[in-house]
Design a protein around this ligand. Structure first.
Ligand code: IPE
Ligand code: IPE
Ligand code: MG
Length: 253
């Protein structure tokens, strides 16, 4: 039986926060501007939230930038987003390094253009030694796609005799996920008022706490982030167990 984390009540802030940054398009439309204008405004918010993490004790921040379903958008919006990602990496690399942020990308790189993948590889290598904040960017990421790709690699290992079928379990399977080096998210935030997870971190969020807020992502501030973290700290995470009293004994609820 897996042992639940020591703190059954979430009396401290989350170590890993994942954010579904939604609402850029509506934010732009409300202003009579093209959707890409909202994506640029949203991208500027990322730096503010990344820089707030050390102050709030958040070690890991994972942000959903582009989903495996987002290819359904117009060619112009997809091309605009890809260009934004390339520009973002070029522009932000120096600040990320200066802030000691280690950057990783999750998602399937196969469908991304070679220039973008090259920049992603370079930024990962550049920030490899950084330790203060672990920023993971989900780009062409889908939870089901990730589990399918992981299962394919796992099956290859079984076929080669590197893994026995009886050793496939809750410990070994996540080693094949894109997130294999990351802890599970403690808190998942979604902006823009939608109460769905849209294929984000399906396996990893099994016991995450959720916050759905109406704010559109380009309006999301460090102060609101702080309020959500404080609210998380008041939650009681039981992981299927019972509330543990301060003295360590179980109490009925
Ligand atoms: C989130 O904002 C960013 C991406 C999905 C790339 P949206 O573009 O989904 O904005 P809305 O939901 O249409 O307002
Ligand atoms: C989820 O937002 C993906 C990202 C934030 C990158 P979407 O706007 O794509 O999700 P749906 O379509 O509302 O479910
Ligand atoms: Mg959306």
């Amino acid at each position: 039986m897996p042992v639940p984390p020591a703190q059954s009540a979430a009396t401290r802030g989350p170590r890993h926060v994942a954010i579904i940054m939604d609402g850029n398009g509506r934010w732009a439309t409300m202003r009579g501007r093209p959707r890409i204008f909202g994506h640029h405004a949203g991208a500027r918010r990322v730096r503010e939230i990344v820089e707030a993490c050390p102050d709030y004790g958040v070690d890991y921040l994972t942000v959903f930038a582009f989903s495996t379903e987002n290819w359904k958008r117009t060619q112009a919006e997809v091309a605009g987003l890809m260009s934004l990602f390339r520009g973002y990496i070029r522009r932000e690399a120096r600040a990320l390094l200066a802030n000691d942020v280690r950057v990783r990308f999750i998602g399937d790189r196969v469908r991304l253009d070679a220039k973008l993948v090259g920049l992603m590889d370079e930024l990962e290598a550049l920030t490899q030694q950084c330790q203060t904040t672990h920023l993971t960017v989900a780009l062409n990421y889908g939870g089901r796609d990730e589990v399918a790709r992981a299962t394919r690699r796992l099956a290859e290992d079984v076929a080669r005799g590197h893994l026995r079928p009886e050793d496939v379990n809750e410990e070994t399977l996540p080693r094949y996920l894109d997130t294999c080096v990351l802890p599970d998210p403690d808190l998942v935030i979604r902006t823009s008022g939608e109460a769905r997870i849209s294929n984000f971190l399906l396996w990893q969020s099994a016991y995450a706490e959720y916050e759905f807020v109406d704010t559109l992502w380009p309006d999301f501030t460090r102060a609101e982030f702080g309020r959500l973290l404080a609210s998380y700290a008041r939650r009681d995470r039981r992981f299927g167990g019972v509330k543990v009293a301060a003295a360590g004994g179980a109490v009925a609820r």
